[in-house]
Design a protein around this ligand. Structure first.
Ligand SMILES: *Cc1c(COP(=O)(O)O)cnc(C)c1O
Length: 390
């Protein structure tokens, strides 16, 4: 069965994990810091904080930003639910603004228009859909006019670049950027995520919040009476200074992550070549069009997503996906719009209120796209896609 996405783990990844298990620490050792520095130096950010998932990374970013009840976070309706849920975790209110149909990313003009109707917008969460960079200078400008911070959901974006050539994750236009290392994402640690930032105060907050809110680095101790004996810190003493979590990633996962980072450019080059081959194969088709036609040189190439006018001169999507499945291809729809989920509908959201996102959802399909996909297999996918359409 050929999935829309799949990890690539090879012999030296396995060796890195075995070495870690045999000879090194399992948790709270040096491997996590090494992984954080590898990602930070690759993307050009000062700090990285590795955590248990991309979702945990989004949650910690909201907590470190001090979002809470009465605050609003605005994101795209065309994303995974975690981009919005992170607001709810801290008691803030998730809201949405429509996408630009050409990029599938937040439309800055729509963002500004929607935000005018929201109370206390404190955070904007742009999602670099499939790794294509959002219009960051424009989104930054909207955030500045609102007095909001920007947290980039770059779960798809590791390896991609902004229009100015700097890497997604450098936080050139944001306070924080979040990556996911779920197996379908650009690199994997099985489960995992990371928050990038250039702000030392946020970095320290993130470190503390990752581990129960207990003091880290050279945090000033808040209770000297119990912290010190004869002017020296008590050897056993630690302080929980705020309510945090246990979102620590393991050393084993970090070893896998560092090993995967060394292959990221190779992964990206192959996925870019596959995207160019698909683009060529679908050129001129009346029914099968790439959903994001531009920005191929900048994208992190996480997904290859099509737009097909299902049910209008060709099969329905449900029938098409079943036919593809029988032919050994597991396609997927990215995404069920977040406001369509019953949890969000119960809170008054309507997916139809975002017409570009809604229209895209009717037509969307992601097809097999991953490092190990061979040219021959890809040609087979293309043939099957055309064969099963009518
Ligand atoms: C995968 C993903 C997440 C969540 O990441 P996990 O590591 O699975 O928790 C968040 N946002 C987007 C856009 C994603 O694709």
């Amino acid at each position: 069965m050929m999935w829309y996405g799949r990890h690539h783990v090879d012999e030296d990844d396995i060796q890195a994990v075995l070495d870690q298990l045999r000879h090194r620490s399992l948790t709270q050792g040096p491997a996590v810091g090494e992984f954080e520095r590898a990602v930070a130096s690759y993307v050009g950010a000062r700090y990285g904080v590795a955590v248990t998932s991309g979702t945990a990374a989004l949650h910690l970013a909201c907590a470190a930003a001090g979002l809470g009840p009465g605050d609003t976070l605005v994101t795209s309706p065309t994303t995974f639910v975690a981009s919005a849920n992170c607001a709810a975790y801290v008691g803030a209110t998730p809201e949405f603004a429509d996408i630009d149909p050409a990029t599938l990313n937040l439309d800055p003009a729509e963002l500004e228009r929607r935000c005018a109707g929201f109370q206390r917008v404190r955070a904007i969460v742009p999602v670099h859909f499939a790794g294509l960079p959002c219009a960051m200078p424009e989104i930054r400008a909207v955030a500045n006019r609102l007095g909001a911070i920007v947290v980039e959901d770059a779960s798809h974006g590791l390896g991609g670049r902004y229009q100015d050539g700097s890497r997604i994750g450098s936080c050139a236009h944001s306070e924080m950027t979040v990556f996911s290392f779920h197996p379908v994402k650009p690199i994997t640690t099985a489960e995992g995520g990371m928050i990038m930032t250039n702000d030392e105060a946020l970095y320290r907050d993130l470190l503390r919040l990752r581990s129960h809110g207990i003091n880290k680095m050279d945090d000033a101790l808040l209770d000297p009476e119990h912290a010190y004996t004869d002017g020296l810190v008590n050897p056993w003493y630690y302080e929980m200074q705020e309510l945090g979590f246990n979102y620590r990633i393991t050393e084993i996962q970090a070893a896998l992550g560092s090993s995967q980072m060394r292959k990221l450019d190779r992964f990206l080059a192959r996925r870019r070549a596959l995207a160019a081959r698909y683009d060529e194969a679908f050129r001129g088709s009346d029914f099968i069009r790439p959903a994001q036609a531009g920005g191929r040189e900048l994208s992190g190439h996480h997904l290859y997503t099509l737009r097909i006018p299902f049910g209008r001169g060709c099969v329905t999507r449900a029938a098409y996906m079943r036919r593809l499945f029988e032919a050994g291809i597991t396609a997927q729809v990215h995404y069920v719009p977040v406001p369509l989920h019953p949890y969000y509908r119960r809170r008054g959201h309507r997916a139809e209120d975002y017409p570009n996102s809604w229209q895209y959802y009717q037509e969307a399909l992601s097809i097999p796209f991953f490092y190990d996909l061979t040219d021959g297999e890809q040609d087979g996918v293309v043939r099957t896609l055309f064969d099963k359409l009518h």
